[in-house]
Design a binder for this molecule. Sequence first.
Ligand SMILES: [Zn+2]
Length: 206
Amino acid sequence: MSKVLLTLWMTVAFLSFARAQEEARQQYLREQAMLKRMMLERELDSGVYYMDQGEHKKADAKFRYVLANIQGVPSDLAFHFGKNSYFLGQYAQSVDWLNKYIQLKGTTGQYSTEAVQWLKKAEEGVLRARAEEAKDRPQRVMSSEYDIDCGPTGKVICPVCYGDHVIIKKGAFGDQYQTCPYCNEHGILTCEEYNQLIRGALKPKF
Ligand SMILES: [Zn+2]
């Protein structure tokens, strides 16, 4: 009888020991997570410090480090990263993160008013950058804006039916054959018709 009791006691002792060990492990993990979070918050703070000093590249590096390591981006980080992105000329990125902050905090957040102001500037930046880009790009020259000289014959093989005067359409019940509505029975367009066609102005005959 006492042997049974002893076994029972040992089992209970072992189980409570195992549970205590598991609890200690969980506690340790919680502490580690908290320490990491605190470390990341310090990085975030020093990012804000650099930003306020006008050292936007350094601030950017800090914010990016926090973003890469933190679980669950705090709304403050969304605001600061968005604002700093504006200073770096990363307007689209700035708009993105500032919008995120405003979505999270609405109009009552600590930085809401400021976020709206920076967002407006960043959106202007996006438009400005787009306009600059358009200015630098050379004007596109499209052939359809010009009259094409079809040569001495004044005739062109119809580009719709490739001169067959027949268009083949793949249908569910096999190929369908249609007469080409643009060219004459020889699959030929006049030069005038050809120029209308490439402008999308040639009306089909049927
Ligand atoms: Zn044709």
